[in-house]
Design a binder for this molecule. Structure first.
Ligand SMILES: [Zn+2]
Length: 312
């Protein structure tokens, strides 16, 4: 989610360039020399701008004590499991101009998450909803109960990180930013090990589909005006990106009808488009050495966390 206030807060300040007076006339040769010098100066200035203080290891975190005692267990479990520390590791390779803080906090009953002022806040209320809506047992398709909790939580943090990255790095976004943030998240989840990627994607999709469990749904017309796609659309798009990325790993979601064939046929192209955008726009801002190191650490971490949640 991104509020209008947040959008305004992160608008780029497009200052008006100063106009030259043009009062003095110069000879062509002199003018060419001046232009060349100006060009060199501009080149130097732009390379200074292109190589600013963007650096990795900019992720900070904070476990805010819950206001509602019912959320204490979530706080304690996350802290003991070092959840935010692991997210910090996963996203440390992002080269950012200034620190980005990940925060879990009580939100007075609001189950949501947002990015504002270089802080990503995920409400305990939202995490409590994931826990409440998780199935009692593992699901078909090899989706574990743990996947339906960790998957959407990870997706939420990554979606908000998408907003943060677009703003902090001034990444141009075509189309709706909410959809772009969803795609950013899906793309990163698919960089995990195959087993983990599958669990996180299907677990996150499960929590989206849960809100529209009926094959036919009646939705108030104003829901279509939301800046986010509808939950079921977000789930289908996530599954499509996953299927487009790896048709073998996600073959059963099409075979069993979770992703309609009509959409599935174009998913490889959708994934290629996403890969092109991520490679072109985000990849230059990734510290490749750190990314390799933490990718491996993160895969092990997700496996350990899933095992813990799966215990009876
Ligand atoms: Zn959003």
């Amino acid at each position: 989610m991104l509020t209008q206030a947040a959008r305004r807060a992160h608008q780029i300040d497009a200052s008006t360039p100063s106009k030259s007076s043009g009062a003095t006339r110069r000879k062509p040769a002199a003018r060419a020399a001046i232009l060349a010098a100006a060009g060199m100066a501009l080149t130097a200035a732009s390379s200074a701008l292109a190589a600013p203080a963007n650096k990795p290891n900019q992720i900070r975190y904070e476990y805010v004590s819950p206001k509602n005692p019912a959320h204490q267990a979530i706080h304690d479990q996350m802290k003991q499991g070092r959840t935010l520390e692991h997210l910090q590791e996963l996203l440390s390779p992002l080269r950012l101009p200034y620190p980005l803080t990940f925060k879990v906090a009580g939100c007075d009953g609001v189950a949501n998450a947002w990015y504002y002022d270089e802080v990503i806040t995920v409400c305990y209320e939202l995490l409590a909803d994931f826990l409440k809506n998780a199935p009692k047992q593992d699901l078909p398709l090899g989706v574990s109960r743990a996947d339906t909790i960790i998957g959407p939580a990870l997706d939420t943090f990554l979606h908000e990180t998408g907003h943060a990255v677009f703003r902090m790095l001034q990444i141009p976004v075509l189309g709706r930013e909410e959809d772009a943030a969803d795609q950013f998240s899906a793309y990163i989840m698919l960089r995990l090990g195959k087993d983990e990627a599958r669990g996180m994607i299907l677990g996150a999709a499960y929590q989206y589909r849960l809100r529209v469990p009926e094959p036919q749904v009646a939705i108030p017309i104003e829901k279509f005006s939301d800046e986010h796609s509808l939950p079921a659309q977000r789930a289908f798009s996530m599954l499509c990106i996953a299927y487009g990325a790896d048709k073998k790993l996600f073959a059963d979601i099409v075979e069993k009808g979770f992703l309609p064939r009509t959409r599935a046929d174009g998913c490889e192209i959708e994934y290629e488009d996403l890969t092109f955008a991520m490679t072109k726009l985000i990849s230059p801002h990734i510290d490749k050495r750190l990314a390799k190191k933490f990718h491996e650490v993160w895969t092990r971490t997700v496996s350990a966390r899933r095992a813990r949640f799966n215990r009876p």
